[in-house]
Design a protein around this ligand. Structure first.
Ligand code: DP6
Length: 351
């Protein structure tokens, strides 16, 4: 508490490194295990109520709370250890990543935050079971798994709330990728963001399914980070967003509590549509849809009119995630070439 007030009284904007100091305290001098290889996994998450817009770019503090579901077995595995090389060694799905790439630079500058006085270099091997940068939240599970691995390597033994804040400093949506099931990231109100972290919602919904409808796995033209900044800065429509999010969160909590699938589906779909509407209103306009995306949306609406309880959500990419229940898996497969993910698979842990 004392340390937190010192930062706020100092008057200068809070930096990521201030937050690391605050969270790690004396642990900041922990030396990583020399030949130890830390391994971890974090699931990707799909927001039913999106995080769209920051109130603080440095700390990735959101304008609103958001709510997601994790996809069990779909995410990022990391093996992290020290290495003798001059610079970090990064491999993604067994391929060496060049230091000149954006991917490497983003990862390495995040690792800079955690190097001790010895200025150690890391060996990072990432295995991602989802396409990178295709709007499937690969950065969310990537940073979350990295934080879990750092916690092991340096033996910090931090609680999940602190890990969620550290993951947020890598990518906002990563704060939600430390749990299975439903997760809510609280907006918080503090300038240092110490109250802006995620927590699990303890509810199980075994019938809930999500279908990955992939049209394109190429890297997107504009990152979600840039798109959300441009939307906040230039879309006059964005002013409606925070109020709509409050209503959507209320409806999603109700839907989860009462297992009301229709309420869940229609709230998630309209939330995603509104997020994309704010982007279309940015100057210049941002549109992630491909013709296939629009055609699939229309088909979903038609199927719904014909009685199939099927909804979609869309992130910063052309792919759709379909929402439906176990009873309708066969019907959905008849109409779409989707990978079906059972959100609450029996092996998962909710704590
Ligand atoms: C559309 O978490 O990738 O997927 O904090 O700038 O790294 P940064 O953004 P990021 O944005 C995710 C946006 C979204 C919605 C969501 O996951 O809530």
């Amino acid at each position: 508490m004392i340390a937190q007030s010192i930062f706020l009284l100092s008057g200068s904007p809070v930096k990521k490194s201030d937050i690391i100091k605050l969270i790690l305290g004396d642990r900041q001098t922990n030396q990583p295990g020399e030949s130890f290889i830390a391994t971890s996994f974090a699931p990707t998450n799909i927001a039913l109520c999106k995080y769209w817009g920051k109130r603080n770019e440095e700390l990735h503090l959101p304008m609103t709370s958001s709510l997601s579901i994790a996809l069990p077995d779909h995410g990022s595995e990391v093996a992290l250890s020290l290495c003798d090389a001059e610079q970090d060694q990064v491999k993604l799905n067994h391929e060496l990543i060049l230091p000149s790439s954006k991917f490497y630079q983003r990862l390495s500058s995040y690792l800079d935050l955690f190097r001790t006085e010895k200025n150690e270099r890391f060996n990072v091997e990432i295995h991602s079971t989802i396409p990178i940068a295709a709007g499937l939240a690969s950065s969310a599970c990537g940073f979350a798994s990295l934080v879990l691995a750092l916690d092991q390597l340096f033996n910090w033994q931090l609680d999940k709330k602190s890990l969620s804040i550290l993951a947020r400093l890598g990518s906002g949506s990563a704060s939600r990728s430390l749990w299975d099931g439903f997760v809510e990231w609280h907006v918080g109100e503090r300038a240092d963001g110490m109250d802006s972290f995620a927590e699990p919602i303890h509810a199980v919904w075994p019938e809930l399914c999500l279908g990955l409808l992939i049209f394109n796995t190429n890297e997107k033209m504009i990152s979600s980070r840039d798109a959300m900044r441009e939307t906040v800065e230039t879309s006059s429509f964005y002013k409606n967003w925070p109020q709509q999010v409050s209503q959507d969160l209320f409806c999603l909590h109700k839907a989860i509590e009462e297992k009301d699938f229709e309420l869940l589906g229609k709230t998630a779909e309209s939330n995603a549509m509104l997020m994309h509407a704010t982007m279309r209103d940015a100057k210049p306009s941002i549109d992630y849809c491909l013709p296939e995306t629009i055609a699939a949306m229309q088909k979903i609406q038609q199927l719904r009119q014909d009685g199939l309880p099927l909804y979609f959500t869309q992130d910063a990419g052309p792919n759709l995630k379909l929402l439906f229940c176990e009873n309708d898996v066969a019907m959905v497969r008849e109409h779409f070439n989707v990978e079906v993910v059972r959100v609450f698979s029996s092996s998962m842990t909710l704590l």
